[in-house]
Design a protein around this ligand. Structure first.
Ligand SMILES: [Zn+2]
Length: 330
């Protein structure tokens, strides 16, 4: 059978684990060059046993602002049939836009919008499990548990149609990719329909969970702050300076060399920052708190964990100039 749902996870043969495309991208760029592409199999065991391949698209391209935004995503390989029990096959879902019997009008509208995205996130859990520093160098990546949908238990009395699974993650970069695709490819009205559930915080609109730095407020700490800016390196650490000011004050985000050294994906961050000379700016997304400096002259974005930081490359510098066009607030 052919999958009818967006495939949001696959089994990576080289890493011997299931991961999202964003996690695959991070692992790809964490390799020492020359980097090898990965082979993916379907995440459903019945398919995997039959060697059903999945294609990973654009995970070998760094996240970058681009007028023709194409999100990294998984795609079914047309040469393979999936098992009837595959989690991405849904016999009840015919792919048409007819409302389902139990749906309200707004649920139908939301379902149609979700289908336009490669990786729609229902639940984002910002809580990170504490890990000892010694684990930071461990070769075992941390995404097997985090990327699982909340519920994979089939409902026994309706064997034909699988229950809708929720996409749940604590991977900020994955949420950022989904947000960027929604921003780039949906209309304003469609974008406004999208919601996100945050454990302990309830349901918010996806748009309101992201706040451009120029609209941020001190003490307002339960959102993803983002904005364009430039980076200064401090050894392996760095300081990011946002272009936009907050109440007239410079906003920075500092990551110390020690924080970088303790982070298992620091090579990926360094790889992104190594393009500083070629791009007009970086866009930083951070789940942190805003703190005024002791002098009161500047504001810093403080993050507890580098997993709460995502970096996107700005467009390449034009040959004839260096115009700055950081992304507009959503
Ligand atoms: Zn499958």
């Amino acid at each position: 059978m052919k999958p009818s749902k967006s495939i949001t996870r696959a089994f990576c043969v080289e890493l011997q684990q299931e991961l999202s495309i964003v996690a695959a991208r991070r692992e790809y760029f964490s390799q020492e060059p020359p980097r090898a592409r990965f082979n993916f199999l379907c995440s459903s065991e019945a398919c995997r046993a039959q060697g059903v391949k999945i294609t990973g698209v654009r995970y070998d391209v760094k996240p970058q602002e681009n007028p023709t935004f194409v999100a990294a995503h998984f795609r079914a390989n047309p040469n393979y049939e999936h098992h009837v029990d595959c989690e991405w096959v849904d016999e009840a879902d015919t792919g048409d836009d007819k409302p389902e019997a139990s749906e309200t009008e707004s649920e139908t509208a939301l379902r149609k919008v979700k289908r336009k995205l490669d990786d729609y996130i229902d639940v984002f859990d910002p809580a990170l499990k504490e890990r000892a520093k010694s684990e930071a160098v461990s070769a075992k990546p941390d995404k097997v548990i985090e990327e699982k949908p909340a519920d994979l238990t089939p409902v026994s009395d309706t064997p034909k149609s699988k229950p809708p699974t929720e996409t749940r993650t604590n991977n900020l970069e994955r949420l950022v990719d989904s947000f960027r695709q929604a921003q780039a490819q949906l209309t304003k009205e469609e974008f406004a329909l999208l919601t996100l559930r945050i454990p302990g915080q309830g349901e918010v609109s996806l748009r309101s969970y992201f706040r451009h730095i120029k609209f941020a407020q001190l003490g307002d700490e339960r959102r993803v702050l983002y904005g364009g800016g430039l980076v200064e390196r401090y050894g392996t650490g760095f300081k990011f300076k946002f272009f936009d000011r907050l109440q007239g004050k410079l906003v920075t985000l500092y990551v110390s060399p020690a924080q970088m050294q303790a982070y298992r994906s620091s090579r990926y961050i360094s790889e992104l920052l190594s393009h500083a000379e070629e791009v007009r700016f970086f866009t930083v997304f951070a789940l942190g708190t805003l703190a005024a400096s002791p002098s009161g002259k500047s504001v810093s974005v403080e993050i507890d964990d580098l997993r709460h930081l995502a970096i996107v490359l700005g467009p390449a510098k034009a040959a004839n100039g260096d115009e700055r066009t950081p992304p507009a607030p959503a």
